[in-house]
Structures are given as C-alpha cells and as structure tokens.
Design a protein. Structure first.
Length: 375
C-alpha cells in the first residue's frame, strides 16, 4: 500500500470562461452567445476569442488531431477552473465554466501531458470580493469537482487497461498501465481513506505478509514486466475493475474539509519522497516518474483550490509556493521522454538527488498551509 495523496480542484466555478491558444481571434465574446469554438490538434489550440464577459461561458472543443486531448481553463497558480479530459481524435466535447473578472489561461494538452498549448484569456466585468470563509467553502466544492473529473478518467483508463490484459495484449497493457495510474495517483488521499479498497487496488507485494492477497495494479504490473505471462490474470483484472468502480462511487460521495486538502497536499509530496525517488513504488515497470508527476500535480491542485483563501491570509506564502512548485516542475521536466517520462533506472544518483532536493524545498512551504487554513 502507499501513503495518501491529494489532488485538487477541477473547476472553481462551474461554468465558464474563455479563449485559448495558438491562434484565435481577439473579438469579445458575450457570455450568453453560442459556445466558443476551440480547434485542437496535436500541435495547435485555436480558441475563437480571447476576451469574454464574466458569467457563464461555454466552449465547444473539437479534437482534429491523432492524440487524445484535454482542454483546461486555469486561474492564478494553475488553479483549474474547468476541464474536459479524454477527448478522443475526431470527437467534440463541451465545457461550461463560470468566471469572475480577471486574467486566465486556456490550454489544450495533446496526449494529456505537460503544460499544454496555452493562451491568454481576459474576463471583464465586476469581480465581487469573496469572504475568507466563503473562499474555503469554494475550495472544497472546487476540489470535489476535480475528484469527479479524475475518477471518471480513472475508471475509463482502468477499463481500457483491464481489456488489454484480458485480451493478452502485453504491449498495450504496458502502455496503458502508467496512464491509468496517473489518475489514481492524483487522488490517492481520497482513495486511501477507504482502507478496505486501497490495499486491494494499490497494495504492493508486502500485503501478503499482512495476510492479504496480492492483487490490483501492482500484481498485474509484476506479471507484465517480469514474465510477460498474463494468460491467467483475467480474474485479477476483473476484480481490479470492480474495486475501482466501487472506489469511484465512494470517492464522489466523500466530503472533505479545507484542512484535509492542506494535509493531503503535503502527504502527496511525502509520497514522492518515500516511494517515487527510491523507485520502490513501481519496482517492476520503473514508471515511477509518471507517479511523481501525478503526485506533484495533485499537490499543486490542492493548493490551487485553497489559493483564494491563502491569498487573503498569507500572500507571501503564496509567492513562495509558486516559486517552489515551478522549481520542482522544472527539475522533473528535464526527464521527459516523448509523451511520457524516463524510467527510474535511467536516472543517475545525481539526478535523483536533484529531484529529491526540489521536493524537499517545496514541502517546506506546503507544510505551512494547514496552519494558515486552520486560523
């Protein structure tokens, strides 16, 4: 099993906002007009407008590329105001978000990786002030929307992974394994709160010593990467899907407090330090950097959900958090490999130390967030 982690808000408002990317006109868009068209490919993200009125705004995203795509609207500190994931090639999806006046960014993420193809979005109109308690209430609501988006993707990708295992397609199963686990890693603090499901889904081989059966993701990981024989793994794969389906239902019903968000953000960084840097987590596949990235994204998301309250209560801490998150992302970004990441075994001791140092530096300001939230 592993320690908890967190994730964060997917939509700090439920509907609305605006323009993206590579091309795109600058005409102002009234919030009550037809959806703003977003044309996404593997290399371009064109948003029809880059300025909108505050309020409800709809985006109609069409993926004309060859890779699965995502579309995001970000607030300050990469706070996710709204997102649509798993837009398959040739398909269109709609996103509605509600934004107050301010500056934002839109982003398409071909292959569902990296920072994406970003563009500026300006939202005009009156921006009412938010009371501190209201900001914390919105943080938890926003985070719950994020959990919903991540669990939806987790279930979809687990279904694809299970199908590949049952079909005996080792290559496809290996490719899907770290992708499915990305969504798990982002929300594990929620998942781990269900003590009966966490070891079944995410337990490592040590669970045998605790009298439990070795099942779930890591059992399939072991078979895929050690022997390549998954001919008898159909029942294990089926049970994984049953367990993930139950976890998704429970996670979406779970209600968290602002303090749990703050503690979860720190727990995710602890998870990086204890399992990802050491290579212990993905000991057979060595895909630890996929998990590292997901943990980092999850921690940042939790902090982003809390950002409006933190800006009111501890603005200097927000600046420090922004700096250290950027430093950690830069350190990790040096180990990209195509649409994914280098294997843990490909990193030198010096590179692993650099990553460890960046996480330790980030953990220091993140550890102060809970006290600020608890004021």
């Amino acid at each position: 099993m592993r320690t908890s982690r967190f994730v964060v808000p997917a939509a700090a408002g439920l509907l609305a906002v605006a323009g993206l990317a590579g091309c795109g006109g600058g005409d102002k868009k009234d919030a009550k007009d037809r959806p703003i068209e977003v044309k996404a490919t593997d290399t371009v993200c064109e948003v029809a407008v880059t300025e909108v009125e505050a309020g409800q705004v709809a985006f109609a995203i069409t993926n004309s590329g060859s890779k699965v795509n995502e579309f995001y609207v970000y607030g300050a500190g990469d706070r996710v105001m709204g997102e649509v994931e798993n837009i398959a090639p040739g398909l269109s999806r709609e996103l509605r978000v509600e934004l107050s006046a301010g500056t934002y960014e839109t982003a398409c993420k071909p292959g569902m990786i990296g920072r994406g193809i970003r563009g500026a979005l300006k939202v005009t109109g009156n921006a009412p002030s938010v009371a501190p308690d209201a900001a914390l209430a919105e943080a938890t609501a926003s985070y719950q929307r994020y959990v919903k988006s991540q669990t939806d993707a987790l279930l979809t990708k687990t279904e694809e992974f299970v199908a590949a295992v049952k079909a005996g397609d080792v290559a496809k199963a290996k490719a899907l394994y770290p992708v499915a686990r990305t969504y798990w890693e982002r929300i594990e603090p929620v998942a781990e709160s269900f003590g009966d499901l966490d070891p079944k889904i995410d337990g490592r081989e040590e669970v045998i010593e605790e009298g439990m059966e070795f099942t779930g993701f890591h059992r399939l990981e072991k078979d895929l990467w050690t022997t390549g024989d998954i001919s008898k793994d159909g029942p294990i794969a089926d049970q994984l899907l049953v367990d993930v389906t139950e976890l998704v239902a429970r996670a979406n019903a779970e209600k968290l407090t602002p303090l749990q968000l703050a503690n979860g953000a720190k727990a995710l960084l602890d998870e990086v330090a204890s399992g990802k840097i050491t290579g212990e987590e993905e000991r057979y596949s060595h895909t630890d950097l996929w998990d590292f990235n997901a943990n980092l994204e999850g921690s940042k998301a939790a902090i982003a959900a809390l950002r409006p309250a933190l800006e009111q209560r501890a603005p200097e801490l927000v600046k420090q958090l922004d700096t250290e998150f950027a430093n950690a992302e830069a350190a990790l970004g040096r180990h990209r490999a195509g649409d994914g990441w280098k294997l843990h075994t490909q990193l030198s001791e010096a590179e692993l130390k650099e990553l460890s140092d960046s996480i330790n530096a980030l953990a220091e300001p993140v550890s102060k967030v809970a006290a600020v939230v608890a004021r």
